[in-house]
Design a protein around this ligand. Sequence first.
Ligand code: FAD
Length: 317
Amino acid sequence: MSVLIFIDAADGHVKKSSFEALTYGAQLAKQLGTSAEGVLLGTVGDDIAALGKYGVTKIHHVANDALNRFDAQVYTKAIADVATAAGATVIVLSHNVTGKAVSPRLSARLKAGVITGAVGLPDTSSSFVVKKAVFSGKAFANVAINTAVKIVSLSPNSFQTAEVGGTAEVVAANVTVDAPKVKVTATNKVTGQVPLSEAELVVSGGRGLKGPENWGMVEELASLLGAATACSRPVADAHWRPHHEHVGQTGGAIAPNLYIAIGISGAIQHLAGVNRSKVIVVINKDPEAPFFKAADYGIVGDAFDVVPKLIAEVKKM
Ligand code: FAD
């Protein structure tokens, strides 16, 4: 048994979710009595060896600029080749956009069982059983993998990052990088905002805000807190806000430290995307709004009264 962790990076930097995956993989390797190694694709500005502080002893680096842009097929082949060469029997990825695209492809390529969205370390006492959330986080299932090679993608924010110290040996991985079959002709990058998937703080608005003309206070609060902005699905469907801000079952799944929901009812489909937030603050004028059941702090009040007061208080800080 050996554990290989995929280190996801974008724009020249290792993503926060990779620190959780590295910690998870290192603790799993310890549990299995084996070593934990990482695989990193493309070039990054970060100190790769320093990632050893999460418990990995070696990092296989495919330093090919062609990998600086994500392509699911190209990434899958490169990770599979490194995994095979390294003799990895467990492959760990983050259950983010990259992991969701790569895990099933890797599973097919390596004929490996896969469990997506794990929320804890496997029980390896008799077989290999992993707990994962199902039905939009309403229930948990314990799922066993019986194949020789196993793939686990870890749900973001479900595992505490831990630094154990040390540096990793960085080795150049000798794999052939395929040419992508899909050509990206243009990208529209959202600038000036914290990316939602990486955001520690998120201020989100729903239909209770009545219209796009009222988003100024959401943006102002977010800007003062250094937070990203998000919204419920009907808000994006009505084009009050761009679609990439839509969170929930059919939108992005986020796991910030603080989620402030303004004028959002808290339907189960919305909660599915935000219920892994560490602290949830709900502002809603209806005391019966379902979101209050999921809230750590709730303010029953009119958003147009509460939010400006909140902004004034934050400005005093
Ligand atoms: P509403 O349900 O209209 O709620 C508005 C809230 O604002 C109410 O609670 C009201 O009390 C409050 N309010 C009104 N005025 C004020 C005020 N002045 N001050 C304070 N509070 C006020 N939804 C998502 O968000 N994400 C998803 O991914 C998603 N996926 C879905 C998938 C499926 C298959 C289906 C069927 C639905 C999905 N939905 C999703 C829709 C979801 O069921 C809800 O309809 C939606 O989340 C409601 O959005 P909302 O809370 O903004 O609006």
